[in-house]
Each structure stands twice: as C-alpha cells, then as structure tokens.
Design a protein around this ligand. Structure first.
Ligand code: FE2
Length: 205
C-alpha cells in the first residue's frame, strides 16, 4: 500500500503555482552548490511567480505583517531555503537593516514599494555606532524583484496603498536564527537583533 509522507501530503495540497515554484527551486539547489548562483538562477522564477494573477488575487486576504512579522509560507528542511510574505499597510516606513549572511530575493506582488540602499561610511570601530548614507532608491510594482546580497544595508518602504511582497531567503531568518543589524540613521546607532517574527501561513489550493 502506498502511504504518502507528510511532506508529500503538504505538497499535494499547495496552490499549484506555488508548488511548481518550490519544485523548480529544489532543482536549482540540487544542480548548483553556490548560494549566489542558486539565488541568481532563482530570480527569474520569482519574477514569474509574482506576475501570477491567481497568486496576486489570493494575496488580497493575506494578513498584515505590521509589527515586525513575516508570513512563513515554506521552509525547505532539506535544502535550507525559506519563502516568506510581507503585507505592508499604506505609507509603511521600513527600518534600515541587513540580513546578516543570508541572500534574499524580494519580489513585489501587489501595490508599489521602494528599496533604499545604503552605504556604511564609518569604519565600524566604535561599538554601537554606525553612519549610513543612502546611495540609491528604486521603486517598483508587480513583477519587480531585487536581489539583496549578505550584509547589504537597505530599507524596504511601503507605497501609498497596501503592498504585498514574496521573499525567497537562502536561509530562514527570525527568532533563534542569526542576528541581523538594525541601523538608525538619525542617531547613528546600530543594534543587533533577530529578524521578523515568523507566522506560518499555508498557501493551499
Ligand atoms: Fe530586508
């Protein structure tokens, strides 16, 4: 008798477009060993996923992630990558931060968002002190995907309407994982903290 395992059952119940995305990512992870190459090869897959109208329609009732949260759609226990969602309320201001040693692909699914990038201009020798300067801003709507390398300093800003993004991370972030830096350009301070609180959310069919 054939008995489906728990991961097989979960896969069978997932939204097909999302399960295909996971399957394609797993194939890339199996074929490539470098994290950067994996993430670069995953970029067109995320671009395609966030252009999917069914997923966009489904995202209209995803709950807000205000208060430092991420929806957690999937973690690959074997290969380590994680897929998150973010739902920003209109005019949401984001904090300046890095993702520590994780690579991150950030794709806008609905609304508009801006990605601000910053350079660190002090030498890092003074504990708790950091000067950062904005180097660029890119604004985009559905289909825009940014690749954020490890330790890149940036902020994601909401637009005038509710916005939704899908995030592929090379590793799960959040409580109990790796400490990320948070920068305050007004006070020139830097602190270390865990990333967003992970809220499990099923993307079922
Ligand atoms: Fe970020």
């Amino acid at each position: 008798m054939n008995k489906a395992t728990a991961p097989e059952k979960a896969a069978a119940q997932r939204l097909p477009v999302f399960q295909r995305f996971i399957d394609d990512l797993r194939a890339i992870w199996a074929a490539e060993s470098e994290t950067q190459t994996r993430m670069e090869k995953a970029r067109p897959l995320l671009e395609k996923l966030v252009m999917n109208d069914e997923l966009k329609a489904r995202s209209s009732d995803w709950p807000s992630t205000e208060g430092g949260k991420n929806l957690l759609f999937y973690v690959d226990d074997e290969l380590g990558f994680a897929i998150n969602g973010v739902v920003r309320m209109p005019g949401r201001l984001g904090n300046v931060h890095d993702h520590a040693n994780a690579w991150v692909l950030y794709g806008v699914l609905d609304g508009t968002e801006s990605l601000e990038r910053y350079d660190r201009v002090d030498d890092g020798s003074k504990p708790g002190y950091a000067e950062v300067k904005m180097s660029s801003v890119t604004t985009g709507s559905q289909g825009k995907v940014d690749l954020v390398p490890p330790y890149d300093i940036h902020a994601e800003q909401g637009g005038p309407t509710r916005s939704v993004a899908v995030i592929l991370r090379s590793q799960r972030l959040g409580e109990g994982t790796v400490l990320q830096k948070g920068f305050d350009p007004k006070t020139n301070t830097v602190t270390e903290r865990y990333g967003p609180k992970q809220i499990p959310y099923d993307l079922s069919a």
